[in-house]
Design a binder for this molecule. Structure first.
Ligand SMILES: Cc1ncc(COP(=O)(O)O)c(C=O)c1O
Length: 395
């Protein structure tokens, strides 16, 4: 018997018209923890015609993407390329490649994404030693030294920019410490790349990853990854195969390196988009870009303060890309985010984990880090809060 298309699953009406409309999304201003709005030129590049993933023109684009990525991260690492997937896939790529069952890994948990690292490292058989800090605070060099002295790990993993808290973990001196204790330094730069000063080589970072949808102003789906010489040594000395075929850096290096051996079909148009987003960073210049993020964040902080709203993180460790704003007493945080979205098309985020219900999360990332966005948000927030009956303690 031949199978027939089920009429119960049909999406066509009596006039043979498909009952599903063409995609059409509202014009949101994404000022939350990410995704952030993509730069218009990045969106344009997504619509360019495709070529094959081994086409000479695409191979040249891959080389340039690697060069641009090395610039954005300030690293000479040979193995620097994007992973086909979101930031979590790139996070997984770092752990999968350097962890073998039984390896001791120290993970700094000062927010939601530290917990994700713990989960991931454990799945690859690591003996995880978590180091905890209050959400919104950061680790001191002394605390990190004590942890390395006590646990003698093969990897220390830290989140540079904790998106759940808005705190920036200082990295100066951590690389030297890791060398002293012969361990690798693995860093999450998901909310810092393209918006916060980052010097991977100078800071002795051995492995790092990021995402496309925040400081790079590209849609989500492709994620920067880098693995330095010390991590490469560990990879080459493995006794066991990398437990994740898709993310195995030794296999991926054959496609991204000179062999150009097929591994998986590269996301062609997402690679165009990433290339354009990185080209825009090079065009602006890192110093100018970091200064722009800092200036717009300060504008936001001053505006919030003038309204009588407090930031959760002390100024010295506050991220310019992500600000956690304390929700005032008596205000329903979710009602505010709902109103901002419904009435103003502005998305901001709520708190996660320990900060759920306590903070809003405001992102000023990449293309969206602009004074007009800050002023628009402050005006809308003030109006919504006033509609909800809040009076500023400043009045
Ligand atoms: C610090 C941090 N790490 C990892 C991730 C995971 O990235 P993705 O959601 O792109 O998988 C995120 C996402 O927001 C993040 O903020």
């Amino acid at each position: 018997m031949t199978a027939t298309v089920s009429s119960a699953l049909s999406l066509v009406d009596d006039q043979h018209r498909v009952q599903v409309s063409q995609v059409n999304m509202p014009p949101r201003l994404l000022l939350g923890p990410g995704p952030s709005n993509a730069h218009p030129l990045v969106l344009q590049s997504l619509a360019l015609r495709q070529v094959g993933h081994l086409d000479p023109s695409f191979l040249a684009l891959m080389d340039e993407t690697q060069t641009l990525l090395r610039y954005a991260w300030q690293t000479h690492n040979r193995l620097t390329y994007p992973i086909s997937g979101t930031g979590s896939a790139a996070m997984e790529a770092t752990f999968a490649n350097v962890i073998e069952p039984g390896d001791v890994v120290v993970i700094g948990v000062m927010g939601y994404f530290g917990h994700r690292m713990v989960d991931m490292a454990g799945r690859y058989g690591a003996e995880v030693r978590s180091l905890h800090q209050d959400w919104g605070k950061v680790f001191s060099l002394e605390t990190l030294r004590d942890a390395l002295e006590t646990h003698r790990p093969s990897v220390l993993a830290l989140v540079h920019a904790e998106t759940s808290t808005g705190a920036r973990q200082p990295l100066e001196g951590v690389g030297e410490l890791c060398r002293e204790y012969d361990c690798l330094l693995l860093v999450d730069t998901v909310t810092s790349l393209g918006g916060v000063p980052l010097f991977l080589d100078e800071w002795g970072v051995d492995l790092a990853y990021s995402c496309s949808q925040k400081g790079l102003s590209c849609p989500p789906g492709i994620s920067p990854f880098t693995l330095g010489p010390r991590a490469e040594e560990k990879l080459q000395a493995r006794h066991t195969k990398v437990a994740n075929w898709y993310l195995d850096a030794s296999l991926l290096a054959k496609y991204w390196g000179s062999d150009r051996t097929y591994h998986h079909t590269a996301p062609i148009n997402m690679t165009y988009a990433l290339h354009e987003s990185l080209r825009l960073i090079a065009d602006e210049g890192l110093d100018a870009r970091w200064a722009r993020h800092q200036a717009n964040a300060e504008l936001l902080w001053e505006g919030l303060e003038a309204m009588g709203l407090a930031c959760h993180v002390v100024r010295d460790y506050r991220l310019p890309t992500l600000t956690t704003v304390c929700i005032p007493e008596g205000i329903d945080g979710k009602a505010v985010t709902r109103r901002l979205l419904q009435d103003y098309n502005i998305e901001i985020g709520g708190g996660l984990g320990d900060l759920a219900g306590k903070v809003w999360r405001v992102g000023l990332m990449g293309f969206n880090s602009r004074p007009e966005n800050v002023l628009l948000l402050l005006t809308a927030l003030e109006q919504v809060l006033s509609d909800l009956g809040w009076t500023s303690p400043r009045l």
